[in-house]
Design a binder for this molecule. Structure first.
Ligand code: PMP
Length: 280
């Protein structure tokens, strides 16, 4: 099966999809995106991803695009690929215009998508847990808007890999724990879960939302509250959540072993319940 692209209404091989050099996404990072995954031929939480995409566009004052049109394009691309376990990347930029910081209302948003098989996390990391470093959060103040401006995330992730770890966790200069480079973060302490509240400083992850509802259904106590690096290092379990990440146990952060250094029981329980939900 081919990996495919969608470009303003047309489906084509990825290599054939080209955008003009004056696309504002390319010159100003003036674009928003989503990444949706499918399991066994079903797109998981597509409506929630579309809700967030619409919100991101509203926050940046884009000209509205019909939700039905976007959804139909996603479904068309998914069907054309024939993939059962796929990741669809959706990006919408404000439009194309001669380079100018200011923009006009007349711009036509540019919609691109790609579809590829999802590369599942190596079994070794999933079974033994991941290692992470903490890095100072130097991102802008609107991380709740899912923009394509991911340089700080990308550099933090690379720093983690260069230091032999799997990911980086953003913390503020006063030690408040925000989220991962492409994931939200949960701690488990005394049998209770906690994750950063929804503020402009983190992304409202769809998997985070799924985990909170799984906790409710399973009778696990979960709070949305601030915590710092001391609580992070002292937690019994830590895990990251995301569309690609799913539930990823973290067993070492900086020089600290988390809990007993093994994948925690609650992390495993939440992972199993999420997979069950995704598989329908
Ligand atoms: N935070 C950030 C910074 C992310 O990039 C992502 C991945 N899109 C997430 C959290 C997790 O979001 P989701 O569960 O919707 O994939």
């Amino acid at each position: 099966m081919p990996d495919l692209a969608y470009l303003n209404g047309e489906i084509m091989p990825i290599e054939a999809a080209m955008i003009p050099i004056e696309d504002r996404g390319y010159q100003f990072g003036d674009g928003v995106y989503e990444f949706v995954a499918s399991y066994e031929g079903r797109l998981f939480m597509l409506e929630e991803h579309l809700d967030r995409l619409e919100r991101s566009m509203r926050e940046l004052a884009y000209e509205p695009i019909s939700r039905t049109d976007i959804k139909n394009a996603v479904l068309e691309l998914f069907k054309a690929s024939g993939y059962l376990r796929a990741g669809i990347y959706i990006q919408i930029s404000r439009g194309v215009a001669p380079r100018n910081h200011a923009y006009t209302k007349k711009m036509l948003p540019q919609i691109i998508m790609t579809i590829r098989p999802v590369k599942d996390m190596p079994a070794e990391i999933r079974e033994n847990g991941a290692k992470a470093i903490t890095v100072e959060d130097m991102r802008w103040g609107r991380c709740d808007t899912k923009t394509i401006q991911l340089l700080a995330n990308s550099m933090a992730k690379q720093k983690a890999l260069d230091s032999g770890c799997d990911d980086a966790i953003f913390i503020t200069d006063s030690g408040i724990v925000r989220e991962g480079t492409s994931s939200n973060l949960f701690i488990v302490a005394g049998g209770k879960l906690a994750t950063h509240p929804l503020t402009p400083n983190i992304l409202a992850g769809i998997t985070r939302m799924a985990v909170l509802s799984i906790c409710k259904e399973a009778g696990l106590e979960a709070t949305e509250s601030f915590f710092d690096t001391n609580a992070l290092y002292a937690a019994n379990e830590v895990f990251l959540t995301g569309t690609v990440t799913e539930i990823l146990p973290v067993v070492r952060i900086d020089d600290n072993i988390i809990g007993d250094g093994k994948v925690g029981v609650i992390t495993q329980q939440v992972y199993d319940l999420l997979k069950k939900k995704a598989m329908g």
